[in-house]
Design a protein around this ligand. Structure first.
Ligand SMILES: [Fe+2]
Ligand SMILES: [Fe+2]
Length: 183
């Protein structure tokens, strides 16, 4: 499999979450109370899967290795756009988290904000994914030799392997800090 095949498979799961988010957003817009449990699942999914795991592989492995290649102007431009777009998604996810927190504190004015951030994220991801899938990933594979492609794929898989350990380490450390415990 080409290394970007792995990223494209991840795109398909992100799309499924985006579909769920769209449905929840229209329910909120129709006056239903936001489902907090689902919203927590959304922010966890976006932060851990879409950002840390998926954007993490793109930025820390693929983009970093591509900048060392003699990229065409078009590919250079797309790479910069994609990196900027990841920053945009992080900002919107933080906004969503903040709005959920306010809602849980009893601020009903947070509901339209939840809806707005959900809407922006559901508009953002499909366009970002389409740009990567259709304009960037496959043509960029031509910059690599067969053995470089194998290394890239191995690096992607190694990146995922550590991720779950990092995530749960962070969770335990942050709860320890919360309780005033330190190692
Ligand atoms: Fe991306
Ligand atoms: Fe992606």
């Amino acid at each position: 499999m080409l290394p970007v095949g792995l990223l494209m498979i991840e795109h398909r799961l992100i799309e499924r979450m985006i579909k769920l988010m769209r449905t929840e957003t229209s329910k909120i817009n129709n006056g239903e109370d936001p489902k907090v449990q689902f919203l927590h699942a959304v922010t966890d999914f976006i932060k851990t899967y879409a950002d840390q795991c998926h954007h993490g592989k793109e930025e820390n492995i693929l983009f970093k290795s591509l900048v060392k290649k003699p990229l065409s102007e078009k590919h250079k431009q797309i790479l910069n756009e994609l990196a900027e777009e990841h920053i945009f998604a992080r900002k919107k996810t933080r906004g969503l988290e903040e709005a959920i927190k306010k809602y849980l504190q009893g601020e009903s004015s947070a509901i339209p904000k939840i809806s707005q951030f959900m809407h922006e994220l559901t508009e953002f991801y499909p366009q970002h994914i389409e740009k990567e899938d259709k304009q960037f990933f496959l043509p960029c594979m031509d910059y690599y030799s067969k053995s470089e492609l194998d290394t890239l794929l191995n690096d992607f898989m190694a990146f995922d392997k550590d991720l779950v350990h990092e995530k749960y380490k962070e969770i335990v450390y942050s709860w320890e800090a919360d309780q005033g415990d330190t190692i």
